[in-house]
Design a protein around this ligand. Structure first.
Ligand code: HEC
Length: 240
């Protein structure tokens, strides 16, 4: 009984293996496999002359590569630059570039902090002088250890990112007194806030709410053990 069952199992296994083998060994060429069928010895076939694969017409080289046929980098973005484009550029930049280049573009993103080769800072003189087309070109073709992002980021988004990178550069190197008065006041207020720590605005609000006669009263008159806990509780909850 037992041997019969084993024999059946063995036969079934053989039969199944046979099925798989047939599909496994079908006549096909794998990527880069040699072939003696074609005179040039490769199985991969080049496109016939003067044909373009569907969806791959790249006539406007400046748009697709950031560089025209003569090798000149495109300076004027071939798309309308408005606030919506910058928002799109920021969103795409933060999704595709910031993990290496960081959100300010200094080249020290989380992936670099975890051991990837340092990504370039956009704020070095050489890159500050580059037109937007250069950034499209780097995204399209890759650069050194940075891979190409052409297959992941369509050309319109590459331009949005490039324009946003130019904005990051401008924001990084602009002197306070070059700003219009309202923008300067806003920047100074933001800088003052940043100097006291990110949550300063909120903890100041916390003090306002818990301070004053009401807040100070319990601290002086209440049990010593309770007052510090209550005082500490307010701001902690506020800054979380
Ligand atoms: C996986 C990490 C990584 C990501 C993601 C990444 N980069 Fe880079 N990038 C690098 C590294 C590393 C270098 C430096 C390459 C070198 O010098 O070999 C670099 C260099 C650059 C340079 C400088 C080229 C030069 O002339 O020195 C530009 C511009 C650039 N990246 C733009 C981008 C943009 C825009 C994105 C988003 C679409 C992006 N990178 C996404 C890692 C990355």
């Amino acid at each position: 009984m037992r041997t019969e069952a084993l024999a059946v199992a063995a036969l079934a296994a053989l039969a199944l293996a046979g099925c798989r083998q047939g599909m496994f060994d079908q006549a096909k060429k794998e990527a880069y496999e040699a072939s003696d069928f074609f005179a040039d010895g490769t199985s991969a076939r080049p496109l016939p002359a003067n044909t373009v694969a569907r969806g791959q017409l790249r006539e406007d080289r400046g748009y697709y590569f950031g560089m025209d046929d003569a090798g000149t980098l495109v300076a004027e973005p071939p798309i309308a630059v408005d606030r919506a484009l910058l928002e799109r550029g920021r969103e795409r930049y933060e999704a595709f570039c910031s993990m290496c280049h960081d959100r300010a573009g200094t080249g020290n993103g989380m992936v670099v902090q975890r051991g990837f080769p340092p990504a370039a800072s956009y704020h070095q003189e050489r890159l500050r002088a580059m037109p937007a087309g250069y950034f499209v070109n780097v995204m399209t073709a890759g650069f050194g250890r940075m891979p190409s992002y052409a297959s992941q980021i369509p050309p319109a988004d590459r331009w949005a990112i490039a324009v946003y990178v130019k904005v990051l550069q401008a924001a990084h190197g602009t002197a306070l007194d070059a700003l219009p008065p309202e923008a300067r006041a806003a920047a100074e207020a933001a800088l003052a806030g940043a100097g006291e720590g990110g949550a300063s605005g909120e903890s100041a609000g916390g003090h306002g709410a818990t301070g004053g006669p009401g807040g100070a009263g319990p601290a002086e008159t209440g049990p010593p053990g309770e007052a510090p806990a209550a005082a500490g509780g307010g701001p902690r909850a506020e800054t979380r």
